[in-house]
Design a protein around this ligand. Structure first.
Ligand code: ATP
Ligand code: LTN
Length: 333
């Protein structure tokens, strides 16, 4: 059976949040099926596009890997690895940089957004970030890319880069497609529901960390910003309550209509507690497994070493093929 390839990445730029879990990690785990092989990386090269403390970056990279395992990434079905351990990522990124237009990168909304938030450090890496992401994807000939809604534009750029390269040099790359959850593709901040929940938000009340204690999860949901009307409605005009309802639905499998009917006429308090309960029920076992794995250093190292070796062997084939097609192998005959 010809297996299709799944690939995704997550930056170790902070504590992983409920947004990362619902938008990405949960799907990563579900996509591990018999007819697919998955590559999942901790994208530490991407993380240095904003300022990082070296020691904290190393620690968070390994913690993110342990958390991915705790969320159900199975090393028998997936290669789990650290992006910087596979040099082919930066090698391919250079070639792809030379096949990407400034105009395309200028259109990326994440770049615009991050340049505003990090106005003192608008570096070239932040600008070419999507090209490195395209390299991550195209190296493994991935067909499916599970991501949250905010990454759709980057995956589309990776498609365009692949299509252009294939046209110029012959079919080197599989053209990937994003897989975005229908519900929960964009979980919003609890303190400002018009903004995406983000792990790099300086206010910890704005996000639920996957590792937050149950009492903290309950407290943060209870404080979540809604509105003063107290009407349970799934309506973009009421982003706070709609966000709570979509979180509730993703964790209970109910539809928005069912959830609205369940809480109608009861104000926001009941809904907030019910959302917290549903989230805690799913996160608690993950947290326990995560704590256990953090002490299993030898196991974690062996998973990451094996994952990188597996990734490298696939990635090398793609890079060698690309170098040959572009005329960069320069072999003396
Ligand atoms: P940062 O805030 O540091 O930019 P991030 O929280 O957006 O980071 P990433 O590492 O960039 O996290 O994203 C990892 C994955 O999680 C991506 O697939 C992204 O689309 C998804 N994701 C991130 N935030 C959310 C969210 N609020 N809702 C749904 N999916 C999300
Ligand atoms: N840029 C992504 C993280 C990421 C990624 C990838 C996602 C890095 N490499 C490859 C999918 C495929 C983000 O979520 N900010």
């Amino acid at each position: 059976m010809e297996k299709k390839t799944v690939l995704s990445g997550i930056q170790p730029s902070g504590i992983l949040t409920l947004g990362n879990y619902v938008g990405a990690l949960r799907n990563w785990s579900l996509l591990q099926q018999d007819d697919r092989f998955c590559y999942y990386c901790v994208a530490n090269l991407h993380a240095i596009t904003v300022k990082q403390d070296a020691e904290a970056l190393n620690r968070r990279t390994l913690e993110a890997a342990a958390l991915l395992l705790a969320c159900g990434i199975d090393p028998k079905r997936s290669a789990l690895f650290i992006q910087s351990h596979v040099k082919e990522h930066t090698e391919l990124a250079w070639v792809l940089n030379c096949g990407t237009y400034i105009g395309e990168l200028n259109r990326m909304t994440q770049f615009k957004d991050k340049s505003q938030r990090h106005a003192d450090n608008i570096n070239a890496g932040l600008f070419t970030y999507p090209v490195l992401m395209a390299a991550d994807i195209l190296l493994y000939q991935a067909s499916y890319i599970p991501v949250g809604k905010d990454q759709k534009q980057h995956v589309e750029l990776a498609r365009d880069i692949a299509i252009r390269f294939n046209k110029n040099y012959g079919d080197a790359f599989i053209v990937p497609e994003p897989i975005i959850p229908k519900l929960g593709g964009k979980i919003m901040s609890l303190t400002d529901p018009t903004k995406k929940m983000s792990k790099s938000d300086p206010n910890p009340n704005s996000y639920i960390a996957i590792t937050d204690e149950p009492s903290v999860i309950l407290k943060k949901f209870k404080r979540a910003v809604t509105d003063s009307e107290g009407i349970i409605a799934y309506d973009p005009e009421r982003p706070g309550v709609t966000n709570l309802l979509s979180i509730y639905c993703t964790f209970t499998g109910k539809t928005p209509e069912e959830a609205v009917a369940e809480f109608a006429g009861q104000g926001y308090g009941k809904l907030k507690t019910a959302v917290a309960d549903a989230v805690i029920a799913e996160l608690e076992p993950i947290q326990n497994e995560y704590k256990r794995l953090l002490d299993e250093k030898t196991y974690l190292k062996s998973v990451l070493d094996d994952g990188a070796a597996q990734a490298r062997s696939t990635a090398r084939k793609t890079v060698d093929d690309v170098l040959r097609r572009v005329g960069l192998d320069a072999t003396v005959m």
